[in-house]
Design a protein around this ligand. Structure first.
Ligand code: ZN
Length: 491
């Protein structure tokens, strides 16, 4: 770094300061959803808006543009830094500072409304705020004129290079494969999951989850786990990557699988090249690739037979009265139960994508103006009836179930989940994926080498090409589902 071009050095210094503001904001958000008392809500929203405004002002200042134009890269990483920073800069300067602050404050306020509205089953109390969110989301998209679909700029921000039309097509193809599998499985008796619904004390559940993720390679010297309402991963630096979970003492799967899921996100962040610290390169390259890693560790690994052949005896030793009488085969069927259900985060691997697809369609319809927020609760119930054959008894488990629209924007926030499932299988097929004996090293090394260490250096498409030799394809994912569930349900 001694020979770094002076303008690049100056740019990097400013990028570090901007990253510091962003990280301080992330820490405040983490605190807001973990330990903050309710009385902190109003000031916290303001504080987050202030930090967002400062970071946005600093990043869109003319000096950044000048340095980007003058800086010269001496190697591949510096070249990537300039490329990715230019892309972020071109996007950021289109969004006025006042708008960025207004959106941030509105998001904090709406989140607080949602935390009360959901338990109270009171969509009406959050409806005006959600209408405002839709309005702000449209305004945000309109800062990027020239799109084919109004969702495109919002999708592009999360999954760079993706468009509504591409995703519609991929989802259509996947849906055509999934629906017959769901039909065939749900024609059979539902797997018995009573073994998971006994009493499992919280402390032992958390300890077991942590034992597993330590074995995955999660570094507790550079991360920690806390409790929240809606589990997530966040990071304040590459040396401080936090995960959260929620525990239900009458449901063993809740904390365990959310822990494995968020740990997958965290392994990605902890695996980024330390040289990228504090720059725009120090993050996951897209929502889809990030989710592919959480799903890899949660599902491809954490719900596999090989994984449980190793870990089930340890789980039985942790909960002997509950699980000693339960054979591995029964437990394995229980954690892979396929069922049409109401809640996305509880959905099994086979039906999960149907939950995502309907949300994606709603986002497009809302942004297009074809669906009004006031009609969303009924549209939600109708779509669940037609796609999953059930109707939620209320909005709590209907339109209020996911935080995304209430803490973020409408548009581009759901497609990454299904893209993640598709990508997870594609990467996994190319990786050394034998995990017999609880040995995750070969897999983790491959993922770190081919995905994690690169941060945002390569786009999702580039990563895929480099690691698998192919563009995105649904085939490995469909193959994976057919094999696993074909065996489980003798299809
Ligand atoms: Zn995730």
């Amino acid at each position: 770094m001694v020979n770094m071009h002076p303008q690049l050095q100056e740019l990097k210094k400013l990028l570090h300061e901007i990253d510091d503001l962003g990280s301080a904001g992330s820490l405040l958000s983490w605190d807001q959803t973990t330990y903050m008392p309710p009385g902190g809500a109003a000031a916290r929203g303001r504080q987050l808006a202030t930090l967002t405004k400062l970071a946005h002002e600093k990043f869109t200042a003319p000096v950044i543009g000048k340095l980007l134009a003058a800086a010269r890269a001496e190697n591949e990483d510096e070249d990537a830094l300039l490329r990715v920073t230019r892309r972020d800069y071109e996007r950021a300067i289109k969004i006025p500072v006042a708008f960025a602050a207004q959106l941030s404050e509105h998001q904090s306020q709406t989140y607080e409304l949602w935390t009360k509205a959901r338990p109270a089953n009171d969509f009406a109390s959050v409806r005006p705020a959600l209408e405002k969110t839709l309005d702000l989301s449209r305004q945000l998209a309109d800062f990027f004129p020239g799109y084919n679909h109004i969702a495109d700029p919002l999708i592009d921000a999360a999954d760079y290079g993706m468009k509504a039309a591409t995703i519609r097509q991929v989802f259509g193809e996947l849906r055509a494969q999934l629906v017959p599998i769901v039909k065939a499985i749900t024609a059979q008796p539902v797997a018995d999951e009573s073994c998971l619904r006994q009493h499992f004390p919280e402390a032992a559940q958390l300890a077991f989850g942590q034992l597993v993720i330590r074995q995955f390679g999660f570094d507790f010297q550079r991360g920690r786990q806390d409790k929240t309402h809606h589990p997530f991963m966040t990071k304040f630096s590459l040396g401080d990557v936090r995960i959260t979970t929620r525990v239900k003492e009458n449901d063993l799967g809740e904390a365990l699988f959310s822990t494995l899921h968020e740990a997958g996100h965290a392994l990605y962040e902890q695996g980024i090249d330390p040289g990228y610290e504090g720059t725009p390169l120090a993050g996951g390259t897209s929502a889809g690739v990030h989710e592919s890693q959480s799903r890899t560790w949660e599902n491809l690994v954490g719900r596999s037979r090989a994984f449980w052949e190793f870990f089930y005896p340890q789980l039985q030793a942790t909960f002997p009265t509950q699980l000693k009488p339960v054979p591995l085969a029964t437990f394995y069927r229980a954690i892979n139960k396929v069922e049409r259900s109401l809640i996305r985060t509880d959905a099994d691997e086979v039906t999960y994508n149907l939950h995502v697809m309907l949300r994606f369609d709603f986002e497009l319809q809302l942004l297009e103006g074809k669906l009004a927020v006031k009609d969303l609760p009924d549209a939600w119930h109708a779509r669940y009836e037609s796609d999953l054959g059930l109707r939620a008894p209320d909005d709590r488990d209907g339109v209020l179930q996911d935080v995304h629209w209430y803490g973020g924007i409408i548009g581009g926030v759901f497609q990454g989940y299904t893209l993640g499932n598709i990508l997870s299988a594609q990467f996994f097929e190319a990786a050394p994926h034998d995990i017999a004996g609880g040995n995750f090293k070969a897999l983790h090394d491959w993922l770190r080498e081919n995905i994690y260490r690169h941060g945002r250096k390569f786009t999702a498409d580039e990563l895929l090409q480099r690691a698998t030799g192919q563009p995105m394809t649904i085939e490995p994912y469909v193959r994976y589902l057919r094999k696993k569930y074909g065996e489980l349900y003798r299809l």
